[in-house]
Write a protein that binds this ligand. Structure first.
Ligand code: MN3
Length: 381
């Protein structure tokens, strides 16, 4: 059978998702499936240079203009952009079929919307896009008949379990490993250091998301993401603590049947599924899962120990600009925490205070969303 090659853009190619996506592409048995048209990176220019040599894109973007010049001296024929405008430039390419948004933080939002407007499918690894502007993004996707394919392992599990039939779902069950603080007391968690928080038991990820996993804010953001991706009210999105991280999430259909997606933790599978959906291609060999001898446990999340999860439900249910405040306040605090300037308790208290003080805009425009985001960042930085 003749396959059509999909033109692919990878935003954030040197990050955790980006590097694993490139591993997925390299391992695909059918090399004709993808053509990497463009790639972007933040600061890791050495790795970026080797990626460019290997994948030979037409266009690239790097965050700093100085580094763009450096690249130009090495690759004189390559189209090179820089900064946020550069990302939008990559996303505006009408030849694209699919874009992987693997950047972290709010910079993913504008390029994602741009690509959607051009009818480009999105493999979405950037949570902020849906947390900040879920209504706008999903509405744009509907209008332009664009698929938003989750890369996050839980949402991929829900997509895989549901077979894409979201209107037949009664509820979804998002699993959470519980992170490094699962069995700590509230006092121990609130006084934990950066090193404690970076020791994630199951997944190897970027630093921001690892801290968010320790506070369960990550799970909270995933709940909001799920609400938008699968068009379900928050009452029908349940979080279950599952320390073994074998059941990646599950769905309950309206007929009462529950279907789960199971496997050893691997980001390669969700990345590949998002890129090749609805096909299952042969690629990276994942370790086969054996049921024999497995003991799987499931528990309720403790909202007292993990107030971030509670706050995320509150922000999500409130809607409007509330999730924007949640996300921005949390992000600023997490980077302060990573620099050793504040503790876990300060993250929680600050986010709580910002949610309380916020004057809600119920149906914000994109400009109002960015304005709210800026306000919180300026205030807390
Ligand atoms: Mn996840």
């Amino acid at each position: 059978m003749h396959t059509t090659t999909k033109n692919l853009a990878i935003l954030g190619s040197t990050g955790s998702i980006g590097t694993q996506a490139l591993e997925v592409l390299e391992a695909l048995e059918n090399k004709e499936l993808f053509n990497v048209v463009s790639m972007s990176c933040g600061n890791n220019i050495e790795l970026f240079i080797s990626q460019i040599k290997k994948f030979n894109p037409e266009k690239v973007c790097i965050s700093s203009p100085d580094k763009a010049k450096e690249l130009k001296s090495i690759f004189p024929k390559l189209e090179i952009f820089s900064g946020e405008d550069g990302l939008i430039e990559l996303a505006s390419d009408k030849s694209l079929d699919i874009m992987l948004t693997g950047t972290s933080g709010y910079v993913g939002l504008k390029p994602t919307l741009k690509a959607i407007e051009n009818g480009v499918d999105i493999a979405l690894a950037n949570k902020e896009t849906l947390v900040m502007a879920g209504d706008i993004v999903t509405e744009a996707a509907r209008r332009h008949n664009v698929k938003i394919l989750p890369v996050d392992s839980e949402h991929s599990a829900i997509l895989q379990s549901s077979g894409g039939e979201f209107n037949k779902l009664n509820k979804i069950i998002i699993t959470a490993s519980g992170g490094p603080f699962l069995n700590k007391t509230k006092e121990e968690i609130f006084s934990a250091t950066c090193l404690d928080a970076l020791k994630h038991p199951r997944w190897n990820m970027g630093k921001k998301i690892t801290i968010d996993s320790a506070t369960l804010m990550n799970k909270g953001l995933e709940v909001i993401e799920a609400h938008h991706l699968f068009n379900l009210p928050y009452e029908k999105i349940e979080v279950v603590i599952h320390p073994e991280s074998i059941v990646h999430s599950a769905v309950e259909f309206k007929d009462g049947s529950t279907v789960a997606q199971i496997g050893l933790p691997s980001m390669h599978i969700p990345i590949q599924y998002a890129l090749t959906y609805p096909e299952r291609e042969i690629g990276i060999k994942s370790n086969s899962f054996s049921f024999i001898g497995q003991k799987l446990t499931f528990d309720k999340p403790d909202f007292e120990k993990f107030p971030c999860l509670k706050m995320a439900y509150y922000a999500g249910k409130t809607g409007g600009t509330m999730p924007v405040v949640l996300n921005a306040a949390n992000e600023v605090c997490v980077y302060k925490f990573l620099r050793g300037e504040i503790g876990i308790k300060d993250i929680i208290k600050t986010v709580e205070k910002e949610l309380e003080n916020h004057s809600l805009i119920k149906n914000p425009t994109l400009e109002e969303i960015f304005e709210t985001d800026r306000e919180i960042r300026n205030k807390l930085c």
